[in-house]
Ligand binder design. Structure first.
Ligand code: XMP
Ligand code: MG
Length: 184
């Protein structure tokens, strides 16, 4: 049996059934709006988009193409220190080769859940004296917040339920779905 089974309004990945939360069209419209807002703020600043791997690579790719001006992109991979999920820090597994001093950074996340990833990563970036740091996430689960993070741009606030698609995965699958699907 295939692990992936998709119809117009739901997708099954392994044992789990997901239903459509945002269609591809809704996703793309929101990305265009966010791109226009970021363009208005960063047009002449040559921002560096920092995409947090793996999930955010899809959103970052669309977002930077919705940005109308000079920009660069870099990637980081973060992982948790051993320890409890709620108290652990995060570690940079694959870092940026670029010098961040004096740069305008736009940190791109797929989803902010507890806020832990962004909280620790922003702290880490601040130590490298960038000119500015802003954060953008495609999705946010406000009811799951545990760490203080000021997110500057949010695509959609959603319920505290597991979602896949548009870069987000369940056991590695679902990242290629162009919309967002929520666990039924
Ligand atoms: P924190 O708690 O650090 O979480 O804000 C952010 C990271 O957790 C993962 N995450 C999810 N991944 N569906 C996913 O596929 C979800 O509903 C979900 N919620 C959190 C994700 O890797 C994100 O970067
Ligand atoms: Mg994941």
């Amino acid at each position: 049996m295939e692990a992936y089974n998709k119809t117009p309004d739901h997708v099954q990945l392994y044992d789990l059934m997901f239903v459509t939360l945002f269609s591809e069209k809704q996703v793309q419209e929101r990305v265009r709006e966010l791109g226009a807002e970021i363009t208005a703020q960063y047009k002449d600043k040559r921002p560096l988009f920092i995409s947090i791997l793996s999930g955010a690579f899809v959103f970052a790719s669309d977002l930077m193409r919705a940005f109308d001006g000079d920009c660069e992109v870099g990637f980081v991979k973060l992982s948790s220190y051993a320890g409890t999920r709620s108290s652990g820090s995060v570690q940079t597994v694959m870092g940026l080769e670029k010098d961040l001093h004096g740069r305008h950074l736009i940190v791109v996340e797929d989803i902010v859940d507890t806020g832990r990833t962004l909280h620790f990563f922003i702290d880490h970036l601040r130590q490298q004296n960038p000119a500015s740091i802003c954060t953008i996430t495609f999705l946010r689960k406000p009811d799951a917040a545990e760490f203080p993070v000021a997110v500057d741009y949010v695509g959609f606030d959603i319920e505290n339920r597991f979602v896949v698609g548009y870069g987000l995965d369940y056991e590695g699958l679902g990242r290629n779905l162009p919309g967002i699907y929520q666990l039924r």
